[in-house]
Design a protein around this ligand. Structure first.
Ligand SMILES: Cc1cc2nc3c(=O)[nH]c(=O)nc-3n(C[C@H](O)[C@H](O)[C@H](O)COP(=O)(O)O)c2cc1C
Ligand SMILES: C=C(O[C@@H]1CC(C(=O)O)=C[C@@H](OP(=O)(O)O)[C@H]1O)C(=O)O
Length: 374
């Protein structure tokens, strides 16, 4: 069961929600990058559980311990970089009744169908959202390396249930829109606790999450992510394009059910004359005037911001009685899920979108850069 992705930059995640630790091994990082461990810690904290009533109450410090891959000066040294994050706050008894009765919507039944009882159920095992902690550790380092190349990545919670935030200003590539986008990213990076651009939208989202939680239910949401500063010509046609790499990584994030780029599904309702991004020469460079493509054509970057959205389903572990089956007796059963769960997983998936975006783009830059012009 390979839990690995990437080409020149390869990331393998390991661990289960209630094993001693989760972590990752990152191969192919450029050497000589001094990891800013404080910035990495701050990035990890944005994803960590136990932040408030809109997250699972499980408290974890989520300290990324880098156990290899750095030289004595703290710089990447060319060897595989390994990160370990301890699991300190597990409560496996919450899962006693789930050993035989799978939760609808979680991976309990599919894991049983594959491994016939050998799978690790508590905390969701290797399927847990907890595995996004090592993704953030690897992605947090990739973000720092990309920043050194002038690439900036930022994400926000575009919607929860029916409540929408102001969208990122990235479908238009005019200078005024680019300036507006940078100011949106500045605002999102100001240390705010809830990741919306519009604070009022954030408040309404929190209310929607709280309503669902009090009704023993959950809600889903959409995370929108952008990367600015990617040069044109990075990527590959067919199977290793920018969209392929990002989508492959995004679907590794538990609960992601859809990914779209640029105008996304809305483009299917437009005419070519509306959807095409015209070109103009700006300061001697070919520049798309608009960005319906979301920064890639033919799998290769256009130089406009790379823009994608990922849809996360509502949390499957809800406290209402649900219909399931008892796998040991082969009979129908009613299930009540106990324990600590996120009432909306999309809120904590915002830094995760940034992490997988950074990993995919750094991989693309290392694996499929533009060829030098003769
Ligand atoms: C950050 C994050 C936190 C999550 N927390 C929970 C949770 O508390 N309870 C739960 O049932 N699912 C949670 N999930 C989702 C499940 O892990 C996921 O639905 C499950 O592994 C099945 O995978 P699938 O939905 O991608 O098919 C979380 C996902 C993420 C990304
Ligand atoms: C611990 C995290 O989230 C966990 C993700 C998760 C799941 O099923 O995905 C189930 C819960 O696990 P537990 O029952 O052990 O509390 C969440 O708390 C985390 O994201 O760090």
């Amino acid at each position: 069961m390979p839990s690995t992705f990437g080409n020149a930059l390869r990331v393998t995640v390991f661990g289960q929600s209630h094993s001693q630790a989760v972590g990752c091994v990152v191969e192919g990082l450029p050497s000589g990058h001094v990891v800013d461990t404080e910035a990495l810690g701050r990035f990890m904290a944005r994803r960590a559980p136990g932040q408030g009533p809109w997250t699972t109450p499980r408290k974890e410090a989520d300290l990324p311990r880098i156990v290899s891959g750095l030289n004595p000066g703290g710089a990447t040294c060319g060897a595989p970089l390994a990160v370990v994050i301890e699991n300190t706050n597990t409560r496996s008894r919450d899962y006693d009744n789930l050993m035989a009765v799978p939760r609808p919507g979680h991976a309990d039944y599919t894991a049983w169908a594959k491994w016939h009882g050998n799978q690790d159920v508590p905390g969701g095992g290797h399927f847990s959202g907890r595995l996004t902690a090592p993704l953030c550790a690897a992605g947090g380092i990739a973000l720092q390396i990309l920043a050194g190349h002038g690439v900036r990545v930022g994400a926000h919670l575009l919607s929860v249930a029916d409540v929408r935030d102001e969208p990122l200003c990235a479908l238009d590539n005019a200078p005024a829109s680019r300036a507006r986008l940078e100011s949106q990213l500045d605002a999102l990076a100001d240390g705010r606790t809830f990741p919306t651009i519009d604070a009022a939208a954030g408040k309404a989202m929190l209310a929607a999450i709280d309503d669902a939680r009090r009704e023993l239910d959950s809600v889903g949401g959409v995370v929108e992510c952008v990367a600015t500063g990617m040069p044109a010509g990075v990527g590959s046609p067919m199977f290793d394009g920018i969209e392929n790499l990002i989508a492959r990584a995004a679907f590794g994030v538990p609960a992601v059910k859809g990914v779209e780029f640029g105008r996304g599904f809305e483009a299917a309702r437009l005419r070519g004359s509306e959807d095409n991004d015209p070109y103009r020469m700006v300061d001697g460079a070919v520049t798309p005037v608009t960005n319906n493509a979301g920064g890639a054509l033919g799998g290769i970057t256009t130089g406009a911001p790379v823009l994608f959205r990922m849809a996360l389903k509502p949390t499957s572990s809800i406290s209402r009685p649900q219909e399931s089956v008892d796998l040991t007796s082969g009979s129908d059963a009613t299930l009540e899920v106990h324990g600590r769960h996120d009432p909306c997983v999309a809120t904590r998936a915002v830094p995760v979108a940034e992490a997988i975006c950074a990993l995919a783009l750094l991989d693309a830059l290392l694996s499929f850069p533009p060829e030098p012009q003769a």
